[in-house]
Each structure stands twice: as C-alpha cells, then as structure tokens.
Design a protein around this ligand. Structure first.
Ligand code: PNW
Length: 451
C-alpha cells in the first residue's frame, strides 16, 4: 500500500454554492390563476402539432401550489441555493402597464419559504414565457424596453431578500429556436435579417434589464445572465487547438455572449451578415455591454473543434453516429465541455465571478418497484462535475453549480416525454420521488466533494 499515492482531493472550495434549477413555465402550472396573463408558450403549446403529445404547461408540476414541497426537496438534498424564474405575465399580465399584486404576493411567498429553509434564491427574470399581449413579441424593439421595466420593478420588490438576479435565460434559444428554426414559441421561420433583429432585441433586453435592475435594487445586488453559449472543446489539448477553440467560441457567440461581454458586434459577424446585420440605435451597444457581476453558463453538449490552416483558423468536427448521447437527441455527452466553457469564457473576458446555471440530462428513468435507479444520469453528472473540479482547482472563478433540474418538468417542445429531474414527478398525481441521482447529489453536497 505504501507504493500508492494519496487519493486525489476531489473537494470543492469552502462556500461553493450547490443548487438546483427550474423555470416558471416548466413547473408552475396554474396557467389561469390569480390574474396570470397568457404567454407565447400557452399559445404555442395549445396549437395542435407543436408540442409532443399535445402537452401543455397548464398544470406541469403544479409548483404554483406545491412550492413548499419543492422547498422540502431542496432541503432534502441539503443544497443552499435555488435558481428559479419569475413568470413575467403573473406580474404584468399584458407585459406592461398595471402590475398584478397577486403575482407579486406569490413570489414573495415562494421566496420567504425558501429563505426560512436557509436556501438562497437566484432569480431569473425571463425564462422564455413571454406575455402574449406584447405586440410583435421579440420582433419588436419595444419588448426589450418592456422587459427592462418589468425587471426593474421586480428587482425593486425582491432585492431586500434576493441577492442574485439573472436577466434572461439562453438568448440563443428564445431567439433562434423560436424565430429561425420554429421549434419553440412563437414557432416562426424568419429570414436572416429578421432573425438578427430578434437577436439584437434579446441582447438589448438583457442590457436594459441590467441597467433597470441596478437602478432599483439594493446596493450590492449581483446582476448577471444565464447563457447557453456554443462551447468548443479542443480535440487535442495543445496550444494550436486550444487557440482554435477559443476563437471559435468567440465567433460562434458573436451575436450573444460576445456582444454582451465586449459591448460590440465583432467584425467577423458584421462582415458575414452584410446587409442582414441588425439595425442598432445609438446607446444600444453600451447598454448591451453593461458590466456584470457574474456570468452564468448552461452547459450541456460539446462542440469539438480543431485547428485548421485555412480561414477562419478552425474547423468544427461534426458529431458522429457513434458519439454518445443522453435521451434528448441533441444532448451529446462530452464532460470536458464543462471545463472548457469555464476556462474559455474566463480567458476571453475575465468575468469577476462565474456560475454553472444549468447542467444535467434527460434519461429513460424507469420507475421499477417504486424506485428510479438512473445510474446513467449519475455517470453524466459525476463526469461533468469532475471537469468543473478541474476548472476550480486551476483557479478559474467558478462559485456555484445549479443542477438542471430539481424535478422532471415540461421540457418545451418535448412536453413530458423527456425527463431531466433528479426527482421523479408523477404527472397524474403531482407526486415527487427522489431518484438515485438525488441520493448521489445529496452525498456530494454534504461532503462538498465529488463522490
Ligand atoms: C435549456 N440545445 O434548454 C433550458 O434552459 C431549459 O429550460 C431546458 O429544460 C434545458 O436546457 C434542457 O433542454 C436547452 O439544443 C434547449 O442545445 C436546447 C438546447 C440547449 C439547452
């Protein structure tokens, strides 16, 4: 035994925040209660053919009524942080105008319930459920302004108890998937110039939102966003491939995180788009580039890249038929993307603080004899978190991790056919049941070390 080295220390720094994440439309239900206005996702999910099985978020996990049960799931895990989102249309049923006090009361109750259990809420202002009454939706520049007014209003109500706000979740998803691919609400397939304008309104909403939150929140409130940047993994860890991956990440995210971190659209993007480039008004880019207190990343699938002698200096390697995936066809498994996401963002833009705002996977989750032994999800999480351990050990400023998701929920166009939770939800009864992965995560949190 004396010949063996000491086991690798897999512990995380003291104070590292472990948490779980959810989003309003995916868990709340109560679509027509207490004055909530309809959203683009209500419209979309009620349109035949849009969502698997015709599923909707009308009931979902019923968290609007069962939020105290959700808090108990969190305390059962021992986590001290919860990433949740606010349904804009509960606060402003028409997107703007007169606020709905019942909506504000609801989130006050949710947050007070979390705080009483010793759980720190991290609040996302917009996780895709857009008030349907806003004319033109994200195609209209006014929506960015309406978002900022709502975000400022809500920060004013909550910042006495909420220390971290995220403006938007995954601008790429609610712009491109909704307006170019048509797979998400509002289900459009616009031309490139219109798509670029929608993207611009998305990043503008974030920027104006940052300014509005800072103007109304208590001093010291931390403001950031949650982005699912396209993250490139160098195929071989040598300087040339690492440089290639870094350049690829900066360019592939030119219209999203790169614009936000640099306060401008980089030349390669503007050149590539030509006449389709977004129309930008005076002051937009300064707003978009508003300094952030933290950057949070949603990390799922990798994109492998290698150095290439021809322009632009890198080449993306397509996924192979034999590349491993989880239950969602897009969820290729590549744990090292977690490390490279943190390292690349850190090297490109030096944010003061970083979080993983989402990481997790869909799995088959068979319920057998009252148990869900999701060993594949445990494998997935163990490997991704292992790569985050490396990032932390190397000194990158990663301060917390939110597992997607606390429980199975409405998985957008996949409805309830894809499960991402570490708690199983019976959508007939609303009952929640910890999976094997919940037991595994509890051990990790208790030890503050990978197990
Ligand atoms: C994220 N992709 O969406 C969202 O923030 C969550 O609301 C969602 O439930 C979760 O990830 C799982 O899907 C994504 O195609 C949707 O790469 C699609 C992709 C990535 C993230």
């Amino acid at each position: 035994a004396s010949a063996l080295a000491a086991p690798l220390d897999m512990s995380f720094p003291k104070g590292f925040r472990w948490g779980c994440a959810t989003a309003s439309y995916q868990i709340e239900g109560a679509a027509n209660e207490d004055g909530r206005g309809p959203t683009n996702w209500d419209v979309f999910s009620h349109t035949p053919g849009r969502v698997a099985n015709g599923d909707t978020g009308d009931v979902a996990c019923d968290s609007y009524h069962r939020y105290a049960d959700d808090t108990k799931l969190l305390t059962g895990l021992g986590v001290k942080a919860y990433r949740m989102s606010i349904a804009w249309s509960r606060i402003f049923p028409e997107g703007r105008g007169k606020p709905n006090q019942k909506g504000v009361d609801h989130y006050n109750r949710v947050i007070d319930n979390l705080l009483a259990a010793g759980i720190d809420p991290y609040v996302t202002m917009f996780h895709w459920d857009l008030p349907a009454a806003l004319p033109g939706g994200w195609q209209s520049r006014d929506t960015a302004k309406a978002f900022a007014d709502y975000a400022g209003y809500m920060a004013g109500k909550l910042s006495d108890r909420v220390g971290h706000f995220m403006t938007t979740n995954e601008i790429r998803c609610f712009t491109d998937i909704g307006h170019q691919e048509g797979r998400h609400a509002p289900g459009l397939k616009l031309g490139q110039a219109d798509v670029n304008q929608v993207r611009h309104h998305g990043v503008l909403a974030h920027g104006l939102g940052v300014q509005a939150i800072r103007a109304s929140a208590r001093k010291g409130t931390q403001v950031g966003l949650a982005e699912n940047t396209v993250f490139h993994v160098p195929v071989i860890e040598t300087p040339e491939h690492i440089e290639a991956a870094k350049k690829a990440t900066r360019e592939a995210n030119a219209m999203f995180l790169t614009a936000i971190m640099e306060g401008r659209y980089i030349d390669s993007y503007l050149t590539a788009q030509g006449a389709a480039a977004p129309k930008v008004e005076a002051g937009d880019m300064a707003a978009i580039g508003s300094p952030l207190d933290f950057v949070a990343l949603n990390v799922y699938a990798p994109v492998y890249v290698r150095a290439d002698a021809s322009a632009p200096g890198y080449a993306v390697i397509p996924h192979l038929a034999s590349s491993p995936r989880m239950a969602s066809p897009w969820l290729y498994v590549g744990p090292e993307v977690a490390y490279w996401a943190v390292r690349t963002v850190s090297e490109l833009w030096s944010p003061k603080s970083m979080y993983i705002s989402e990481n997790g996977c869909s799995a088959d989750d068979p319920l057998v004899n009252g148990r869900v032994d999701d060993a594949d999800r445990v494998m997935f999480l163990r490997n991704y978190i292992g790569q985050l351990h490396r990032a932390v050990a190397e000194g990158y400023p990663l301060h917390g991790y939110f597992l997607w998701s606390l429980m199975d929920n409405f998985e957008w166009a996949d409805g309830y056919t894809k499960r991402f939770g570490i708690h199983y939800v019976d959508f007939q009864t609303g009952q929640r049941l910890p999976k094997l992965s919940a037991a595994w995560y509890r051990e990790l949190v208790a030890r503050n070390a990978l197990v």
